[in-house]
Design a binder for this molecule. Structure first.
Ligand code: ZN
Length: 123
């Protein structure tokens, strides 16, 4: 009993120290993980309806002047919609006028041609 007490104090000190060290470490790891995951915003594709991280999608936006453009930053002003980097999604939304509906604007054929060319280039 006596030995256990004598031994118990330094032992628990040692444990407390190592635990606090571990905690600091795991806090840092957690913070790093949170930063890495940082709530990747997910958006729905107007073409296929699948949800994906927005950085894997094309944002198409309408400027104040009513011009339709690809918004490479994904944060530009104006009404925007998202679509996958996929020919199928573009073709589908072109045929059904889904982007036009989402943006409440006419989408010029040339716009689709340009975006399609980019999607094909990207592979
Ligand atoms: Zn899609």
């Amino acid at each position: 009993m006596f030995f256990a007490l004598v031994c118990g104090i330094p032992c628990s000190d040692f444990f407390a120290q190592s635990i606090s060290r571990v905690h600091i470490k795991s806090d840092q790891i957690e913070e790093g993980a949170v930063l890495a995951l940082k709530r990747v915003a997910v958006r729905q594709c107007v073409g296929c309806g699948r949800r994906r991280p927005k950085n894997e999608m094309i944002r198409i936006s309408k400027t104040k002047e009513g011009r339709i453009q690809v918004d490479p930053t994904g944060t530009g002003p104006g009404r925007g919609c998202y679509i996958c980097y996929e020919e199928d999604c573009l073709m589908k939304s072109r045929k059904k006028g889904l982007i036009a509906r989402a943006l409440r604007a006419e989408i010029p054929d040339k716009f689709f041609d340009d975006v399609l060319a980019n999607v094909k280039k990207r592979g």
